[in-house]
Design a protein around this ligand. Structure first.
Ligand code: 5GP
Length: 210
């Protein structure tokens, strides 16, 4: 029996640039499959059903949970998000590496549910970069931005639970690191991978003390 293809989880706070890094990795290697999540939030302008997400009702999400249809799921900023189990297993069984782009609580569940999965935490170069991205992307209401910033504070503290922490200072570099790990998740050197502009400094993405 051929072993299942790798499962790599990319996590980190909202606004850190997970989707940009993942999109760049897929552009460089289209043979990888990115899982499409189910969510109860409404589509943003331009988002496409079945491509960005499966946009579902609360009742449908309840059904998915009850039937064991989700590999992991979590509430986030007032909505629920989850990874459909079956397509992830089917792709891996067929030999195709799978990427998940999910928040931290879901990543923890994958750690338990899929022992061989590789967990990558994407960290911003600084707290200021993260807040600027979250506020600047202009896709959320003020209230939603505040909820995401509050979640980001908690999520940043989870970095050390991950197999590897990747500082998102350069999208291309991060994508290349990710692809190397997808190709060989066992060859990874665990710990923190600083971004190219960090030099000798230790990046400090923690929010300032209150
Ligand atoms: P957004 O609303 O900005 O698309 O996503 C909000 C957060 O939910 C992001 O951190 C995103 O990575 C995360 N997310 C997206 N899909 C899933 C999923 O299937 N499971 C979990 N746990 N988080 C997800």
């Amino acid at each position: 029996m051929t072993p299942r293809a790798p499962l790599v989880v990319v996590s980190g706070p909202s606004g850190v640039g997970k989707s940009t890094v993942v999109a760049e990795a897929l552009r460089q290697d289209p043979s990888i499959w990115l899982s499409v999540s189910a969510t109860t939030r409404l589509p943003r302008p331009g988002e496409v059903e079945g491509e960005n997400y499966f946009f579902v009702t609360d009742a449908r999400f309840d059904e998915l949970i009850a039937s064991g249809g989700l590999l992991e799921w979590a509430p986030f900023a007032g909505h629920r998000y989850g990874t459909p189990r079956e397509p992830v297993e089917a792709r891996r069984d067929a030999g195709q590496p799978v990427l998940l782009e999910i928040e931290v609580q879901g990543a923890r569940q994958v750690r338990t549910a899929v022992p061989g999965a590789l967990l990558v935490f994407l960290e911003p170069p600084s707290w200021e970069t993260l807040t600027a991205r979250l506020v600047g992307r202009g896709t959320e209401s003020d209230e939603a931005v505040q909820r995401r910033l509050a979640a980001a504070r908690e999520e940043l503290a989870a970095a050390e639970e991950f197999d590897v922490v990747l500082v998102n200072a350069d999208v291309g570099e991060c994508a290349r690191s990710l692809l190397a790990w997808v190709a060989d998740p066992t060859g990874i050197q665990r710990g923190r991978v600083p971004g190219p502009t960090d030099g000798a400094q230790t990046p400090d993405a923690r929010p300032p003390d209150e």
